[in-house]
Write a protein that binds this ligand. Structure first.
Ligand code: ATR
Length: 282
């Protein structure tokens, strides 16, 4: 996997990673930026994180991205965390600097940039339901709470995780936790509903994180999943008149911010988006 000796390597670790469109998008960015760097997806099991970092050290890997399911577990193996990663409690971008692995979180900021770019909204007036309480939910919840959304309801299969996240974010806005099965009223009264779980992601495309019947025309439905695009849930929400926001914009923007961390240069966001959308339609 990491055998290309002529180019510097930036990796993506996750499990699974074979579906990921990040390599196409990030390699397009590196190419346009004139960087002799290759972005390589590596499938890593949770019990292989330490040995993977050892291997990256040996190979001189300069940085990597982290995806499902390692965004929280990876923190145990890093030397430092920047403030965003520390406060969010999850890492999606790791940079090697002065021989140390430093963890960042660009998910939340990437999400917010994408949402604002695609949907006209006033964050301070939004009542948000966040579905999920994993690493991605923590990133998105953190930036939304810091942006001062009016109210944040968190619902998750494992309720204790939702309670921890709600408590962590309660210094920024009013938070509340509801059981996933009993979310109908909270969803119907909210303005922005965000799916941060993997429910509906390829290849399990025929399921939805919450019933589409709960959605209506007053909603913004936002799904972090970008494959398929749109998901079954977003399709149903759109049919019911909701404005929809798909996951590819977040993927592009979180990657662009990661590239800035690795190379201290602006990434070509529009070209990255084109490469991603082209690859999604293949
Ligand atoms: P990520 O870093 O991408 O957020 P994660 O930390 O593993 O990944 O979190 C995955 C999220 O999707 C969690 O909220 C998880 O719910 P649990 O906390 O109960 O595990 C949610 N999730 C994954 N598969 C799910 C499923 N089949 N039904 C409901 N929720 C699911």
């Amino acid at each position: 996997m990491l055998t290309n000796q002529s180019k510097e390597i930036i990796a993506l670790i996750g499990d699974p990673v074979s579906h990921s469109k990040s390599p196409v998008m990030v390699n397009r960015a590196f190419q346009e930026m004139g960087l002799s760097v290759q972005y390589v997806a590596v499938q890593v099991k949770t019990n292989e994180l330490k040995q993977t970092l050892d291997r990256f050290n040996e190979k001189g890997v300069k940085g990597f991205n982290v995806t499902i399911p390692h965004k929280v577990a990876i923190m145990n193996y890093l030397d430092e965390l920047d403030q965003s990663a520390r406060e969010i409690g999850a890492v999606n971008t790791v940079v090697k600097a002065d021989g140390k692995w430093i963890g960042f979180n660009t998910d939340g900021l990437g999400y917010l940039q994408s949402l604002k770019e695609e949907i006209e909204l006033d964050l301070k007036r939004e009542r948000v339901v966040l579905i999920g309480a994993g690493g991605a939910a923590r990133g998105v919840g953190y930036v939304l709470a810091q942006a001062g959304v009016q109210h944040l309801t968190i619902t998750n299969r494992t309720q204790e995780k939702a309670e921890v996240l709600a408590n962590d974010l309660s210094s920024f806005t009013t938070t509340e936790v509801i059981p996933l099965q009993e979310g109908k009223t909270a969803v119907q009264e909210a303005t922005l509903i965000i799916n941060t779980t993997s429910v509906g992601m390829h290849p399990n495309e025929d399921v939805t994180p919450i019933p589409v019947e709960w959605m209506h025309s007053g909603h913004i439905a936002s799904d972090l999943i970008y494959n398929p695009r749109p998901t079954k849930w977003l399709k149903g929400a759109k049919e019911r008149g909701a404005r929809i926001h798909s996951g590819e914009g977040m993927l592009v923007h979180q990657a662009a911010i990661a590239i800035q961390h690795w190379f201290h240069r602006q990434a070509p966001v529009e070209s990255m988006k084109k490469a991603l959308i082209q690859s999604l339609s293949e």
